[in-house]
Every structure is written in C-alpha cells, then in structure tokens.
Design a protein around this ligand. Sequence first.
Ligand code: TXA
Ligand code: MG
Length: 323
Amino acid sequence: MDDPTNAFKDGAGGFVSVSEAVSILLDHGIVALPTETVYGLAACVFSELAVRKVFMAKGRPANNPLIVHVHSIEQAQQMAWMNETALHLSKTFWPGPLTLVLPSRGSVPDVATGSLDTVAVRMPRHATMLEVIRQVGQPLVAPSANKSGYPSPTKAQHVLDDYQGTIPVVDGGPCTVGLESTVVAVNNKECVILRPGFITANDLRDAGCTVVNDTSPTAMQHSPGTRYKHYTPHTPMRLLFSEQDVLDATRGRNVYVLAPYQRTDLPASQPVWNVLSAETLYAALRDADALRVEEIIVLCTKSVIEHSALMDRLRRATGEEQE
Ligand code: TXA
Ligand code: MG
C-alpha cells in the first residue's frame, strides 16, 4: 500500500467542483464535503489508503471509528444489518441528522470501524453530498472536517482555515443544522443515544421507539468519540448561569459573550453580546479565537440547558465532560 504520508501530495487544496471531488475520491484522495450538520472530511469507504489519510489529516486517534455516509437505505443495508427498528428510524429520519450504530456485515474495512463489530451509518440531507456519494458509487466515510479536538466546520472557509488551504473543499454554503448528527445505537427495539443532536429523544419517542437515555460510562464506552476532548476553542471558555454573573464577569474586559438573547441597553463598560444558537455556535467559537479575546463567557439560560445537544457541546468545549 502507498505511504499514507502522501496525504497532501494528491493535489492542491482550495475550492473544487463536484466532478473534481468525485475524481479525487476515486483516486484514493480526501475531500471536505458539506452536509446539513457540519462539513465532513470524506474518503471512499473501501479505500484503506484514503481512510488512513483522513485519520492523519485530522490527527484523529485510530480507535475512534468513522461514520459511513450512504445515499440510500439499500446502500446502508450492504454495510449493516438493519432490524425493523433501524429500518423504521431510517425511513422516518433519513436523509437527515441521525446516525445509526448497527451490527456490521463485515464489508467496511477495520480501519474505518476501529475494528468494532458495529458500524455507524447515516444518509445526510445535503444535495451536494448525496450527489457525490451517488457519482462515486460507494459510501463515503466522513468525520467532521475539523482538526481533532477543535470545533467542527460549518462553513467551507473554516476547512480552508484549519488546513491552511491544503485540503480540497466543495463549498455547499453554511450548514443549516450546525451541530453533528444524533448518534443512536439500536438494540432490538431500544435506542440508546450515544451523542445528542438535532433529533431529540422526544423525536425518537414520537416515532414509536423506546429510548434508553443511558449516558453511563459503560454506554459511552460504546461510542469511542465521547471519550476525547472535543469542540474546544483555543480561547479559555466558561459557562455561567445567571445574567448578573455574566455582567459581573465581563465588565471592562476584552471577552466574547455568547447569550441566547440580545441586550441593547448594556452600559459602555460591558462588551457586546453575541447570539448563541446551535446553528452558529461553532462559527462563534472560531470568531472568538480570531479576535484573540481573553475568555469566552456563555450565558446558559433554562432554554439553553434544556437543549441537550447544544448543552452537550458547550460542556465538552469547556472540558467539563472529558475523562
Ligand atoms: O453530523 C455528523 O455526524 C458529521 C457529518 C460530517 O456527517 N460527522 C461526524 O463524524 O460528526 P465524527 O467522526 O466527528 O463523529 C462520529 C461519532 C464519534 O463520536 C464516533 O466515536 C462515533 O460517531 N461512532 C462511529 N462509529 C461508531 C460505532 N461503531 N459505535 C459507536 N460510536 C461510533
Ligand atoms: Mg467530530
């Protein structure tokens, strides 16, 4: 096999078209592609060389498995055993931000699954990504296209920034969801949420599933990614839970405030407040880094705390949820 250190000798980075992306992928290269959640760093699932390049480029631990992206349920069934519950969930939520962890049929190379006997599969809801998968003629692995540990990219420019333009990117505009997919393990009729996302436990229940919301260490062990430092900006970050605490902590300081609502009446001694939302969180963290502020302060109101995916990413970004 070729030396994976050739990762960046494939060709120039920068913006590429769909047909250029397809050629690069078929030639064992890697390309960043848009999805509705975040940009992914894609490789053909059956090219071990290309999959290794993804791990290398991201600096990702080899035992953290990748999600396999498909353009149809039939394609998912070639990779994974789908029971009735899995089929029902895929028919209800695909294409969309739901990843199903299912028993593997053994066709996906170990390098992509981290040698697990399960495989994570999702059909993304982005016309460009679906078209690339269709033209390539095989599923694509695609972890979020950030450097390991940093916030995921939600705009093509973020990918160029992270890799200094060395990775080719298809620009599909800003991601509409903004946080990674919900990862769900399907065990018989039960769903275990391994990573919260846009599709909530209630959405799964409304679809008739029994949700076991087990975030115990044993359950988390089954989703290796939850063990690693994640989504962390370079700037120190702190969560505060009352408006008064935010005002006290920020007065007269060069800090970046994220809050779920605006305050237009703040005194001149207070920094302006920036909008906190799931769709724009990662872009905001990147903006704060670029501004080289002292600290990022986030106001977590009841509505923020109740948004399980947003709160999960905020806690991880501050380092609270790591082992
Ligand atoms: O929205 C998304 O899911 C994005 C876009 C690009 O599709 N992708 C993404 O991939 O977030 P990544 O690699 O950054 O996160 C995948 C998560 C990791 O936490 C990983 O450990 C978990 O899914 N995962 C993958 N395969 C698994 C498996 N077989 N069992 C349990 N967890 C798995
Ligand atoms: Mg990721």
